[in-house]
Every structure is written in structure tokens, then in C-alpha cells.
Design a protein around this ligand. Structure first.
Ligand code: RIB
Length: 301
């Protein structure tokens, strides 16, 4: 079976990260530690993860006509990504301000800039790439009408449509029928289903709600616990690797990119989730987003 191509449409950010002992409360100033600047953005992280882990990947995003946009495109080309569909905006490139505490927890503010300018017309102009891909991987750092248009177009062309619904925001009900694989974390699944999601049992019930809304299959990422696969029959739990996390930024993105690569190679959802858990366990052990995403040679399964 030939390997399916993966198209990622989403955000590109420059991440500005400060370490801190504890995340500041509203109105509080805290003295932090090391500052780093690196490549990020959920779309870009997922594209880079898929590329490093062995996928055939094209990435479509929109960046500004500025130094950050130039650097981002140069970096994606260095990674070997197909960047022929990347667009430019008159808005500044996306930037994410990130704090990471001593427990590897983070909080992130994204100044979307050019990401927010990726329009339905841009998707129309990218229709050849969308219709040619085997798997379309989307997130929610792009305007929702843009996500909807891309999902619908890929679905109608027969591609597998994968949505990582992060960050969670109100979605049109129409979108769900175009989603073959939905990859929320516990909080996101709770938001979309309206049910509490703290345990695998609760996640399975919430996943059933999403399937009634039209979503095909789900993999619920449950942080350091693991991931739950819901395909309609009894759910399958894949435990996470026990590692010492220093920064969880891009762990979910690595999971999504890795998962799509394994699926593109014809692996089952269980095998794909095991591969994705191994990849994201490596990501959390290093600081940064793309800085921490592993390569195929780093994974022993
Ligand atoms: O998922 C992590 C990413 O979220 C960061 O790289 C940051 O850019 C934000 O988009």
C-alpha cells in the first residue's frame, strides 16, 4: 500500500517562552527564568512533527511580510516540508507568548496576526492541494469559516479529515459531519460534548455524544494518563509513557502529527496511537515547541 500524503492547514507562530517557578495570577508580576524564542504554532508544529516522523507533508499557512514570516518559511524548507502553498498577509506574523512553570504546565496567549487572515478564498485557491491529499489535518488557530471550508472540500474529495479542536471555541454543527477523526484533549471534549471528562469512562460517554453529532472516530488525549480510542465498539486505552516532563508545549501537536504519519502508512488506530504516545513522551522531556519534536530515528517502535 502506498503511503498517503498529509496536508496540514493551520497556524504558524513564533513562540516567546519564559520559564517561571509559578504561573502568575491575574494582576501579579513574577520574576521568571530563561527566555527562549523558537518556531511554533499548532499547525506548524503538527506539520513539522509529521515531516520529522516520516510523513509526506505539505503545509499551508499564512505569515506576515516580516522577519518572523521569512524565518518561518526558511525553517519549514529546511525541515523538507512542501511550502509551495504558504501565503503572505499584510498583517504581522503570528506570535505566541508562553509561560512554563516548574511542573511543566504552561499558559499561552496567541497574537494571531496573519493566521487570522487565512480566508475561505485562500482555501478555494488551494483547492488543488486539498483535493490531492490523502489526509487533511486541521486545528482551530485559523478562522472557523476557513476550517469549515477546507474540511468540507477535503471530505467531498474523499480525503480523511482529521481535526485537533484546539484551542476550543464555538463550532458550527455542520463541521462535525466532515470529520473522520477528532482528536480533542479532555477539556476540549468536555467543551464540545457538554459532559465532564476526567476519566476514560467519562471520555467514552462524551465521545459517543460527538459521534451522534456526526464525528467519525475519536482519540481523546488524556495527558500523562494516555489516550482513549473510540471507534464505535468498546473503547481502547493506550497508556502514556512514564517520563519526567519539563515542558508540555507541542506534546498534543506531536501526537497529532505522529498519528497521521502512522495512519498514512496503513497502521491501525491502536498502532498509530502507540506510536503517537511514544513521540509525545519525547517532546515533553525538552523545552520548546518545534525544538522538542523528535525524529523517526528517536522512536523505538
Ligand atoms: O500547541 C502549542 C502551540 O500553541 C505553541 O507552539 C504556540 O504557538 C501555540 O500556538
Amino acid at each position: 500500500m502506498s503511503q498517503k500524503s498529509i496536508l496540514v492547514i493551520g497556524s504558524s507562530n513564533t513562540d516567546m517562552t519564559a520559564k517561571t517557578h509559578a504561573l502568575p495570577r491575574p494582576g501579579e508580576t513574577v520574576l521568571g527564568g530563561v527566555f527562549t524564542m523558537g518556531a511554533g504554532g499548532k499547525g506548524a508544529n503538527q506539520a513539522v512533527a509529521a515531516q520529522r516522523l516520516g510523513g509526506k507533508v505539505q503545509f499551508i499557512c499564512k505569515v506576515g511580510r516580516d522577519m518572523f514570516g521569512d524565518n518561518a518559511i526558511a525553517q519549514y524548507q529546511k525541515e523538507g516540508l512542501d511550502t509551495s502553498g504558504i501565503l503572505r498577509s499584510s498583517l504581522p506574523s503570528g506570535v505566541a507568548l508562553i509561560y512554563v512553570d516548574d511542573h511543566a504546565e504552561n499558559c499561552i496567549v496567541v497574537a494571531s496576526g496573519a493566521n487570522g487572515d487565512l480566508s475561505e478564498a485562500d482555501i478555494e485557491a488551494s483547492s488543488a492541494a486539498i483535493k490531492a491529499c490523502g489526509i487533511l489535518l486541521l486545528q482551530l488557530e485559523s478562522p472557523i469559516p476557513t476550517v469549515l471550508k477546507a474540511a468540507k472540500m477535503a471530505h467531498e474529495a474523499g480525503a480523511m479529515v482529521v481535526l485537533n479542536p484546539a484551542p476550543a471555541c464555538p463550532l458550527p454543527e455542520e463541521l462535525f459531519q466532515y470529520i473522520d477523526l477528532f482528536i480533542p484533549n479532555e477539556t476540549e471534549l468536555s467543551t464540545f460534548s457538554g459532559l465532564p471528562v476526567n476519566t476514560p469512562e467519562e471520555a467514552e460517554k462524551a465521545a459517543a455524544v460527538m459521534q451522534r453529532k456526526g464525528v467519525g472516530r475519536l482519540i481523546v488525549t488524556m495527558g500523562s494518563k494516555g489516550a482513549l480510542i473510540c471507534e464505535g465498539g468498546p473503547a481502547i486505552f493506550v497508556p502514556a509513557h512514564k517520563v519526567k516532563a519539563v515542558d508540555t508545549t507541542a506534546a498534543g501537536d506531536t501526537f497529532c502529527g505522529a498519528l497521521c504519519v502512522a495512519i498514512s502508512e496503513g497502521k491501525s488506530l491502536k498502532e498509530a496511537a502507540e506510536f503517537a504516545c511514544a513521540a509525545s513522551a519525547l517532546t515533553v522531556q525538552k523545552m520548546g515547541a518545534q525544538n522538542s519534536i523528535p525524529f523517526r530515528k528517536d522512536i523505538n517502535i
